[in-house]
Design a protein around this ligand. Structure first.
Ligand SMILES: [Ca+2]
Ligand SMILES: [Ca+2]
Length: 392
């Protein structure tokens, strides 16, 4: 064989390899420029599942403990103590994937003191998700008024697992809520595709309206005013367990990590009215039915991750818009609860172009969160430590 034709053979083999690797997802490749370190070495939390700030200029952080407490502390690496902001353990049904799962502050928290929670509880012996509003104490900014609970809405949870759990405000001022498919295995009731169910969805409501009691339906929700019995709260559907979601305000993009069944994990960009496939598809594969699952109209993930590479429970993160680690700016930083890896996903026009492993052995990554300066933090569910990415 002449050298030139040998080169062509190598090139052809490379092209075949690239083509098949597309089926196996993008990358990932390693990055050696950053490392994970403890953000608040003196603080330890009990099963942290969310971290956020109040956008009130106070430079405090709030950490959600799954059993039913919110703790508040000064955002300073030398902080030695945190205070209990709210304790609703007596209301919360806790264990496995259930508990106090999501916290977000009203965009006008500074003036109205409102914040919102997503938690599981038992009413009449039956598990349900409650989306509620609380208010800060009038006299102590580090203490919520425990008697101020106002229920926006609730919906049944047929099984303990797949409760979704996130609550986030968009730039439109509406509250977005992620719900899981209700649980068990394989979405037995097909909740993801059932537009009459709250389960397996991203919901969107107007917390400043009283049209439905303590909230309203944005007029441009996909099923607002429908006569077919569809839930008017639905913003997008066909999700399995979008445990963590986030907004990238710079591009007004809603990101979700949707936890897979037993073959594939996925990262989605959520658009209004979108159908993300579950249970017809698990990420890029037909799931139920196993073939001819009616793929037209279903939105595939931005990033597909086969579980064979080690990821088994994806934890959605944030597009990094902070200053401390310039190399990460504009990249979607996310992780996996089981593999303990942290990734940086680069996209162009809504398509994945590169996925990088930033760190390994980070532990049980339950959530990512940001402070008022858009710096990023990682919750380690197992050790209770809050971590951050820094330049090496
Ligand atoms: Ca459930
Ligand atoms: Ca999907």
């Amino acid at each position: 064989m002449k050298p030139i034709s040998r080169k062509l053979v190598v090139l052809a083999l490379l092209l075949i390899a690239c083509k098949s690797s597309t089926r196996e997802g993008i990358g990932p490749v390693a990055d050696e420029s950053v490392k994970v370190t403890e953000a608040f070495p003196q603080l330890t939390f009990q099963s942290p599942v969310d971290l956020t700030h109040a956008n009130d200029g106070s430079n405090r952080l709030f950490v959600l403990e799954q059993e039913g407490t919110i703790r508040v502390f000064d955002n300073n690496s030398s902080t030695a103590t945190s205070q209990e902001f709210l304790n609703i353990k007596s209301k919360v049904s806790y264990g496995g994937e259930a508990g106090l799962l999501g916290l977000t502050f009203h965009p006008d928290y500074k003036n109205n003191g409102y914040f919102f929670l997503n938690y599981t509880r038992k009413t009449g012996g039956k598990l349900e998700t409650a989306i509620v509003r609380y208010k800060v104490s009038a006299s102590n900014k580090n203490q919520a008024d425990a008697a101020s609970e106002t229920v926006l809405f609730t919906f049944d949870q047929p099984f303990d697992n797949h409760n979704g759990g996130a609550v986030k405000f968009g730039k439109d001022g509406y509250l977005y809520v992620s719900t899981g498919d209700g649980g068990s295995w394989g979405d037995p009731s097909n909740n993801g595709q059932n537009k009459s169910a709250f389960l397996g969805k991203i919901l969107r409501v107007d917390v400043n309206s009283t049209e439905k009691g303590n909230y309203g339906i944005p007029k441009d929700n996909p099923f607002a005013g429908n006569k077919e019995g569809f839930r008017e709260e639905i913003y997008a559907y066909g999700l399995r367990n979008p445990w963590r979601i986030s907004f990238d305000d710079a591009t007004n993009t809603l990101w979700a990590g949707d936890v897979g069944q037993n073959a594939r994990e996925e990262i989605d960009i959520i658009v209004k009215g979108g159908n993300y496939g579950w249970r017809r598809k698990e990420s890029v594969d037909c799931y139920n039915p196993k073939k001819d699952c009616g793929e037209s109209g279903l939105i595939d993930p931005v990033l597909d991750m086969p579980q064979s590479k080690g990821e088994h429970s994806i934890t959605g993160g944030f597009v990094y818009r902070g200053n401390n680690v310039p190399a990460l700016r504009g990249k979607y930083i996310f992780g996996d609860y089981v593999s303990g890896r942290v990734f940086a996903l680069e996209t162009k026009d809504g398509k994945a172009v590169k996925n990088t492993i930033l760190a390994e052995g980070v532990g049980q990554i339950s959530a990512f969160g940001t402070d008022a300066a858009n710096e990023l933090y990682i919750c380690n569910h197992g050790t209770g430590k809050i971590l951050k990415l820094v330049r090496k």
